[in-house]
Write a protein that binds this ligand. Structure first.
Ligand SMILES: *[C@@H]1O[C@H](CO)[C@@H](O)[C@H](O)[C@H]1NC(C)=O
Ligand SMILES: *[C@@H]1O[C@H](CO)[C@@H](O)[C@H](O)[C@H]1NC(C)=O
Ligand SMILES: *[C@@H]1O[C@H](CO)[C@@H](O)[C@H](O)[C@H]1NC(C)=O
Length: 313
């Protein structure tokens, strides 16, 4: 009976006008009573020849904006309008392991959406002009990816508070690797964490912050203290920021930290609604051994979910 219900979202999705792009996005439906969605936007592997590689845009120094058309008339300025094209390899494999553990621990299987196009062709974690650079096939895949998220969010919203995890990873050669830690992003800028000066209003956890405040939990504690996801991940044996051990990114060697991207801002509760969003960046060695680390991370996430998103069912 339960399985039949699970198939419904797939059937609904199969018959839209975007059907021909569906194979560029994988959707793993969650159980009917879940209030969790996972996305992996940067682990795609398909490099369609028909889509030119994404490239640097033209910079307009008056409006401080980028023109992402491949025939843009302006200048390519060093350090501006850069297109990041490397993939966060194995982040979707890690997300699948987390989904399984969250399912085992909570009895509810999260939804999972995976972009299959390589990031050199599509970057769903950007505004559409930057993401697809005006290629119609890439734009179709972008609309499908975000369209599925929208459908799932609509289903989740009907059930009350919910949470969206966007799973990422940084490259072995990047300066993040010096600290070799896991970065949990709630859209709070690193400078604000370093200054101990941030508010729930600027975060993608805004809805949770309000509910937690009603229970007497301070936002600082929710982000990096006793009541944080960082604490639970730390207790599983990981170096993680922000957390009780590393409340400020500057406490690291290089202190590199990603606060979350387009998906975190678009799909979190920053601008309202009851669905929060958390971006998590993992080093490569964790993704390389997802079978070992995925269950530990999924377990920390499940504990956090049960505490703050118990659900109505
Ligand atoms: C802005 O760009 C124009 C055209 O490339 C250039 O002449 C001008 O010096 C730039 N202005 C600034 C403030 O960088
Ligand atoms: C990062 O930590 C892992 C696990 O402890 C270790 O195997 C790896 O060598 C470290 N990498 C760097 C660059 O420190
Ligand atoms: C905290 O940030 C706000 C907004 O940027 C700023 O106006 C304020 O001066 C800062 N407070 C401290 C103590 O730095």
């Amino acid at each position: 009976m339960k399985m039949l219900l699970l198939l419904l979202p797939v059937i609904a999705l199969c018959c839209t006008s975007q059907d021909k792009y569906f194979k560029l996005v994988d959707y793993y439906p969650g159980s009917q009573d879940t209030n969790v969605i996972l996305t992996a936007s940067h682990d795609g592997w398909i490099k369609l020849d028909s889509i030119p590689d994404r490239r640097q845009g033209c910079y307009d120094n008056i409006t401080d904006t980028c023109d992402w058309r491949h025939d843009c008339p302006g200048e390519h300025v060093t350090g501006k309008c850069k297109a990041t094209t490397h993939s966060d390899t194995l982040s979707s494999v890690l997300a699948k392991q987390m989904r399984k553990t969250i399912s085992d621990k909570t009895g509810k299987t999260p939804h999972l959406v995976v972009s299959r196009l390589h990031r050199s062709k599509l970057d769903p974690n950007r505004f559409k002009d930057d993401a697809a650079q005006y290629n119609s096939v890439a734009e179709g895949a972008y609309d499908t990816f975000h369209g599925i998220i929208k459908r799932v969010h609509n289903i989740l919203a009907a059930g009350g508070p919910a949470v969206h995890f966007d799973i990422h990873g940084y490259r072995a050669l990047s300066s993040h690797n010096t600290d070799n830690w896991t970065e949990i992003g709630y859209n709070i800028q690193p400078a604000r964490l370093n200054a101990d000066n941030f508010t729930a209003e600027e975060s993608s956890l805004r809805a949770l912050a309000a509910r937690a405040a009603a229970r007497g939990i301070e936002f600082d504690s929710l982000v990096r203290g006793e009541d944080s996801l960082g604490k639970l991940v730390q207790e599983e044996g990981f170096r993680v920021v922000p957390s009780p051990e590393y409340p400020r990114p500057e406490m690291g060697i290089k202190g590199k930290y990603m606060r979350g991207g387009y998906i975190t801002r678009k799909w979190g509760s920053l601008n309202g609604g009851e669905i929060d969003c958390v971006q998590i960046e993992f080093p490569q060695w964790i993704r390389d051994d997802s079978e070992f680390y995925g269950p530990k991370l999924g377990s920390a996430m499940a504990t956090w979910i049960q505490k703050y998103y118990p659900g109505k069912y």
